[in-house]
Design a protein around this ligand. Structure first.
Ligand SMILES: [Zn+2]
Ligand SMILES: [Zn+2]
Length: 160
């Protein structure tokens, strides 16, 4: 992978650069991601939010479902062509910094892209075969880590 990573929307109005190596790449098989991408899963490339630089018009927030915990999720989209580009800015539970998940399909070069984490696989489409060696979570990664820390917890999880 060569930095900066570059990508953008379908119409080309919005271009972005990612100056740092992504923290991780995951595939989200939740129903909201299936709906909003029109596909089987969304690919999230998690990057420190300060590493993402945009050029073009201001992005527009579009709804992307509600987490089990009741938080409204949204994605930032191109105001002209509607391409969804990245998630809300949010604290990363692991690195403690603020991150965004860039939608992997919007990168110019996806040749290096390998989701190694698969989340919400309980709603994965039945034909999807997860590569051997993947980290697989029936629900969200955050929930899996919370459960590992507090095995008695069954509280609602957050999602990507
Ligand atoms: Zn566009
Ligand atoms: Zn999802």
């Amino acid at each position: 992978m060569e930095l900066p990573l570059r990508g953008g929307c379908v119409c080309g109005a919005i271009r972005y650069e990612i100056a740092q190596e992504p923290l991780r790449v995951y595939a989200c098989h939740c129903k909201d991601c299936q709906r909003s991408t029109g596909s089987a899963f969304a690919i999230g490339v998690v990057v420190p939010s300060e590493a993402l630089q945009l050029t073009g018009p201001d992005t527009q927030l579009v709804p992307n479902g509600i987490t089990e915990g009741g938080r409204r999720k949204s994605l930032s989209a191109c105001p002209k062509c509607g391409t969804r580009l990245f998630s809300d800015r949010r604290p990363d539970w692991r690195s403690r910094g603020m991150v965004r998940a860039v939608l992997g399909g919007t990168l110019d070069d996806t040749s290096w892209l390998r989701p190694t984490i698969h989340v919400w696989t309980r709603s994965a489409q039945p034909w999807v075969i997860l590569p051997e060696g993947s980290a697989v979570y029936e629900r969200s990664l955050q929930e899996a880590e919370k459960l590992a820390l507090r095995p008695e917890s069954t509280g609602p999880g957050d999602t990507d």
